[in-house]
Design a binder for this molecule. Structure first.
Ligand SMILES: [Zn+2]
Ligand SMILES: [Zn+2]
Length: 256
């Protein structure tokens, strides 16, 4: 048995303005850790209609050089590791078609769904902000299910990002609905190692108990924002303890 993950599809680059280090450093660290498949999934750019420029993602104009940089490194390191390029995307209907066209034009490998906002970041509050508003957790689950029905996403990143702090019965009901829908569509759920490392509201034991009971497939994701996250054995151990505790159906890789 390995003492670290062997495939990771969740990593960011400096283009999102809150990640550090070079792609080459990430790749070399991954190789040193015995990782055999490594996917970059930086925050997807959004085609804002009013000229708004996000402080947490690249612009549409930066996307070609992002893909090109990673393709070049993938070629350079192909003897040692398989490199993929994709994006972590919210499902936002007003942006979806344009983003999918960009994906096709750039020849990206995959998308993961990370619903950080329910609508554009310009209007919606961050999903990880605490709330006891039932309508928000309901909207989160509805949006994720609707997005996944497109068939465009490899897995659901940090499904437990939604920070609902109201009644347990509401959380149980909504997250059961989410997990059942993901199971029907055979979509793996990600245990997020960055959340573990930084003490965020996720991974949530409450959530993973539900996923364990329903038998969802589960995968670990580094969500690397710096090279140290690529070698974080401590968070790996804590996430594996969660897998054991809730008897989660862990998978090690996904075909892309
Ligand atoms: Zn995320
Ligand atoms: Zn991420």
């Amino acid at each position: 048995m390995n003492d670290f993950l062997t495939a990771n599809y969740h990593a960011h680059t400096v283009r999102c303005q809150h990640a550090y280090g070079t792609e080459r450093e990430y790749i070399e660290a991954a190789i040193a850790m015995g990782i055999r498949e490594f996917g970059f999934s930086d925050h997807i750019p959004c085609p804002f209609s009013d000229g708004y420029v996000s402080g947490i993602r690249m612009t549409m104009a930066q996307a070609p050089s992002y893909v090109e940089t990673i393709r070049r490194l993938g070629e350079e390191y192909k003897q040692d590791i398989r490199i993929y390029v994709g994006f972590e995307a919210e499902y936002i209907p007003e942006f979806y078609e344009k983003q999918m066209r960009m994906m096709r034009e750039l020849g990206c490998d995959y998308l993961i769904l990370g619903q950080h906002f329910l609508e554009s970041e310009q209007t919606g509050p961050y999903t990880g902000s605490p709330t006891d508003d039932e309508s928000r957790i309901r909207a989160y689950v509805d949006t994720v299910i609707e997005g996944m029905r497109t068939g465009s996403y490899l897995y659901l990143a940090h499904p437990d990002l939604m920070n609902y702090c109201g009644m347990d019965s509401v959380y149980d009901w909504e997250m059961t609905r989410l997990c059942k829908a993901m199971k029907e569509m055979d979509i793996p759920l990600e245990i997020n190692m960055l959340g573990m490392a930084t003490g965020r509201n996720y991974p949530s034991e409450h959530f993973w108990r539900i996923a364990g009971e329903l038998g969802n497939r589960v995968i670990l994701g580094l969500d690397a924002h710096c090279v140290e996250h690529v070698t974080d054995k401590d968070s790996y151990g804590k996430c594996m303890a969660l897998v054991d505790k809730f008897n989660l159906d862990l998978i090690n890789r996904i075909d892309i």
